[in-house]
Design a protein around this ligand. Structure first.
Ligand code: ACO
Length: 330
């Protein structure tokens, strides 16, 4: 694919993490697991868990407000609000409309999209497309997840992996050579049932049998998901670099989806990016699904690891399966 000047750029980011820290030791008091097992298999030490009455939309609105403040923009400047979530507060209407109401973003169109952990690269691709088509000028991409509400807290195979949080980015037309240099999105729906919630939707509505079987919660074939995640993250990294026309050596920071340190290490090795150039916060947050990537990007910027002009490779993989990447000059 030919190199092209950027159409859109990320002008600011923001994040929100609930205050409540749940450590591996806390989980070991609830299910048959240990700090050693969780750390050695995943790299996770602790995660943040939202209060029961804290909604996905509220977390999204906090992250969005920080991103808008950082950009020096007014909420009325937003003309499109895109929300990625696997944990909508309710099934109708969209969480994006709730976020719009909370923010008072009265000039925006708003919709949700469901690409699980890959939400941020997909959201950036959509934002770029809307801007390129001149349908929007200021797009707010928010990824917000209350994973604690869809996890089976009796299943040690999944409950140790996830956390809650939200991340946001403001995307506007590029004005110079900085901006989104490539987007890549891909899916494979034939593998959906390796990571899914069997019940709770239109096909199998909640009933007594569902509650007995706990099939409204996330079910995951861990080792199969692991293998697919490595394969897909590597593909996303390679495609992103190729489409942007840049080499691995030119990348200042790889910001991967934070599901598991071993998936991150395998992706970095394949992409040819040394671990010193890889951002990691999975130890402090666990897997916040689509929120992981924008939270990591916001922290990397705050820590000065990404400055104006830095080149970042963002890579994600999630349920669906979905995967994708973004190469961006900040
Ligand atoms: N504590 C202790 N033992 C456990 C736990 C736990 N929390 N969970 C599972 N085990 C046990 C299993 O029961 C099994 O025991 P057995 O041998 O007696 O049957 C043993 O540990 C090994 O289980 P595996 O599932 O084979 O363990 P594995 O080494 O594959 O690690 C893990 C499991 C961490 C889930 C890994 O498969 C993984 O990370 N997969 C990817 C999952 C992922 O990232 N999902 C997120 C969604 S997709 C995304 O965001 C990228």
């Amino acid at each position: 694919m030919p190199k092209r000047p950027p159409t859109a750029s990320i002008v600011s980011t923001g994040r929100f993490a609930p205050e409540n820290v749940v450590t591996n030791a806390d989980l070991a008091a609830r299910v048959d697991t240990s700090d050693e097992w969780i750390r050695s298999r995943t790299g996770i030490r602790e995660r943040r868990i939202a209060a029961e009455d804290q909604s996905t939309a509220e977390m999204a609105a906090f992250a969005a407000t920080r991103a808008l403040d950082q950009a020096g923009l007014d909420v009325k400047d937003i003309d499109l609000l895109l929300v990625s979530t696997a944990t909508p507060d309710r099934l109708l209407p969209s969480t994006a409309c709730d976020v719009q109401a909370l923010l008072g973003a009265s000039n925006a169109g708003a919709y949700d999209f469901a690409t699980a952990c890959s939400g941020f690269p997909y959201g950036l691709a959509m934002a770029e497309g809307h801007i390129a088509a001149r349908q929007a000028e200021t797009v707010l991409v928010v990824c917000a997840e209350k994973m604690s509400s869809i996890i089976d807290w009796m299943d040690r195979g999944t409950c140790v992996l996830f956390g809650d949080g939200a991340g946001a980015a403001v995307v506007r037309p590029a004005t110079d050579e900085r901006g989104i240099l490539s987007t890549f999105t891909k899916s494979d729906g034939t593998l959906a049932e390796l990571l899914y919630r069997p019940a709770g939707g239109a096909r199998i509505p909640i009933d007594i049998a569902v509650l007995d079987e706990r099939s409204q919660y996330v079910k995951m074939a861990g080792p199969e998901v692991f293998k697919s995640a490595v394969r897909a993250m590597c593909d996303a990294a390679e495609q992103g670099l190729r489409r942007a026309g840049v080499t691995a050596e030119e990348i200042d920071l790889l910001v991967p989806h934070q599901a598991n340190i071993r998936i991150i290490e395998a992706t970095a090795r394949y992409a040819g990016i040394p671990m010193e150039k890889v951002f990691i916060n999975v130890d402090r947050y666990g897997n916040m699904s689509s929120a992981s990537l924008p939270v990591a990007l916001d922290e990397a910027r705050e820590q000065g690891l990404l400055k104006e002009g830095s080149l970042a490779l963002l890579v994600a993989f999630g349920a669906g399966f979905t995967w994708g990447s973004t190469v961006v000059r900040l």
